[in-house]
Design a binder for this molecule. Sequence first.
Ligand SMILES: [Zn+2]
Length: 152
Amino acid sequence: MDDREIVERQLGRPPRAFRRVAVRCPFGLPAVTEQAPFDAAGTPFPTQFWLTCTHLASGLARVEAAGGVERWTVAAAADPELRASLARAHAEQRALRPELSGGIGGATRGGSLKCLHAHAAFALARPGYTLGDRILGDAAPMWPGSGCCTSL
Ligand SMILES: [Zn+2]
């Protein structure tokens, strides 16, 4: 199975605007993919880095279900270090992909983090994003002890 086929199984549908695997899990499988700015139909794809590992995606879904989006949005506004980290990462996202104007996950200025998966994917693909690393910490352990998406 090639990367694209594995990603299709992880997502349960063919990936849109798929460009490459950006990060692999310890089992060598795709964990984060990079998307082109536009899909085959020319539609903008605002999220450059997409979390595909089903284990990690459900871990973050649990964090979101427990109020994580609101909690991290508040933390990023209140803590100067996290606020600076978020601003740097949004700027880095815009510089990486000048074709689209949005920050991480297509975010416009200010407001809610919206999707913790996009911030976690960015932290894995672009090491040094403190806020994203802290969000990932909430979903620990990031990888199961054995297997993970190998059983898909
Ligand atoms: Zn996995």
